[in-house]
Ligand binder design. Structure first.
Ligand code: SAH
Length: 211
């Protein structure tokens, strides 16, 4: 359906924008992003843009997926990773191929149902999903070596910081109109925060939606 050339063009674009982690590039090259979109949108899957997935939510731009994944992995291999905002499941699928186990939280039930089907179709068996409010993390399954959020809170939810294992890394967009992608490392000296770059994510909301 999508030519190899279109996919290679996307990878080249990510390299040009500074993505240097070869593992991350390889996984993005082979993950079928078109399967995470409705048919009417699928022909745009290998463009480096965010795309609508319904419920006023978006499939994250490939460059941002690559950048966040790279930041998460930069401290070494990760066993347990928590994702806030499953959405289409594309970022989940990328993570599942790079870490031990992925725990993914989504507040909109129908999005989660679709994402779960995609994980099954792609035979990604190390993904665990729950329908819940990601502000609370997933305390029963923590602590986590890595936490990645795909929706922006005004301030980092304290529960997420509490569920970071020693040495654990949190990658999260923070802010309202002007958001910054932040990296927080739970180091021996305490929490170290670094602002990475400006981003634009959907807001992290509270509560859950059933249908
Ligand atoms: N990486 C996903 C991004 C989806 S958009 C993708 O590429 O498809 C962000 C997602 O975060 C949406 O699905 C939204 O419903 C979800 N979200 C927002 N607030 C949340 C919360 N408090 N808990 C869990 N998920 C949340």
């Amino acid at each position: 359906m999508t030519s190899q050339r279109t996919r290679e063009r996307l990878i080249q674009r990510l390299v040009d924008q500074g993505i240097g982690d070869q593992q991350v590039l390889d996984v993005i090259r082979t993950t079928p992003r078109h399967l995470f979109l409705e048919e009417a949108m699928a022909h745009r899957a290998y463009e480096d843009v965010a795309l609508p997935i319904g419920f006023q939510q978006t499939l994250t731009q490939p460059y941002i997926v690559a950048r966040m994944t790279e930041l998460l992995l930069a401290g070494g291999p990760l066993q347990r990773v928590l994702e806030i905002g499953t959405g289409s499941g594309y970022q989940t699928a990328v993570l599942a191929q790079l870490v031990g186990e992925v725990y993914s939280v989504e507040r909109i039930k129908p999005l989660q149902v679709l994402a779960r089907k995609r994980m099954r179709a792609l035979k990604l068996r190390n993904v665990h999903m729950t329908h819940a409010d990601g502000n609370l993390g997933w305390p029963e399954r923590g602590p986590f070596d890595g936490i990645l959020a795909a929706a922006a809170p005004e301030r980092i939810p304290p529960e997420l910081l509490r569920q970071l294992a020693p040495g654990g890394r949190l990658v999260i967009p923070v802010g309202g109109e002007n958001q910054q992608l932040q990296l927080v490392v739970n180091s021996a000296e305490g929490l170290l925060t670094e602002a990475v770059e400006s981003v634009r994510f959907v807001p992290l909301r509270s509560g859950t939606v059933r249908s």
